[in-house]
Design a protein around this ligand. Sequence first.
Ligand SMILES: Nc1ncnc2c1ncn2[C@@H]1O[C@H](COP(=O)(O)OP(=O)(O)O)[C@@H](O)[C@H]1O
Ligand SMILES: [Mg+2]
Length: 361
Amino acid sequence: MYIKDLSLLNFRNIQDTTISFGKKINILYGDNAQGKTNLLEAVYICSTGRSHKTHIEGQLVKFGYDEAHIRTFICGECSNDRIDVHVKKDNRKGMAINGLAVKKMSDFFGTLHVVMFSPEDLRLVKGGPSERRRFMDMELCQLSNIYCRDLQNYHKVLKQRNNLLKNVQKNKELADTISVWDEQLIVYAEKIIDKRAEFVEKLNDISSEIHNSITSGKEKLSVSYKPNAEKNAFADKLLHNRERDIIFGSTSNGPHKDDMVFMIDGNDTKFFGSQGQQRTASLSAKLAEIQLIEAETGTTPVLLLDDVLSELDENRQSFLMENIGGLQTFITCTGVEDTVGKYIKESTVFNVKNGEFTKIN
Ligand SMILES: Nc1ncnc2c1ncn2[C@@H]1O[C@H](COP(=O)(O)OP(=O)(O)O)[C@@H](O)[C@H]1O
Ligand SMILES: [Mg+2]
């Protein structure tokens, strides 16, 4: 799958532009704050329906304007598609695939597959659990509309339960209705737990092999899923912690507290790994994500590498570049010679300045 071209109107600092991309490596270089990440953000939105940087959609609209438009043409293995996203400053955004409006976020996923790789992703292993949950969810949502819907429903019910818990603090009689939300929460939680377990198992198989290659067989990586509550124990935990949940006005257990654990040679890399090991494990997981998408969907994703190459040492950089093979890849960097010099010949190169993209070769 590859993006043929992308049109942006009043998106961030980009006024009005249409850019045609190469099928393989596209290098976007330029000084800081020129619009490189903004372009990748627009591509990411076409895949997931949301920004990887902000929840506040109004921020996407160029200062001084009311609306932004993103349009992209995609050449897939089976079909060619047009994706339109229309962001309004004070209103809900509109999305369409091939001119047909998409009402639910879960129906939007799956047309364009992307894997975004930014310096934050190199902290996947080291960072907090919410980053690892986000990793699982963004991946699973791309793979399954059903998962995406279950996850949305889980969060909707969770919010309602938390509201109720706060109201129970003022009116004890309302406590009887908590069970109604618990029943629904359990239904969605079980589906999410099953899917995440299955996903991490597959991720483990692939990423341990990749990690083995990067370290020339010196280290053994294993990735496991750590649900906050096991599927069969969730109902009991909810009931057991109900009094506490009422006091705090929030639900203390459930998939919204899940985590993943990365072990190298039997030790938890988050606590015992060197920075280099943590980065290699994160890189292995991201590269595994690409293979998983290929295996599950039969399509190759588009790879977005935002300022990530300059953060990797030569060894890991070469490994990454050799392993992205034929994927359409967007690489952003400030110094084109320093970071990606050896790939220039085979790449489509753009200079980015003040929201404008000039094709160099
Ligand atoms: N809504 C917006 N309207 C206009 N400019 C914006 C908006 N949001 C961000 N910017 C500008 O975009 C620039 C940052 O672009 P970015 O793509 O992150 O830079 P880089 O090239 O370093 O990746 C900043 O100058 C910022 O002020
Ligand atoms: Mg940037």
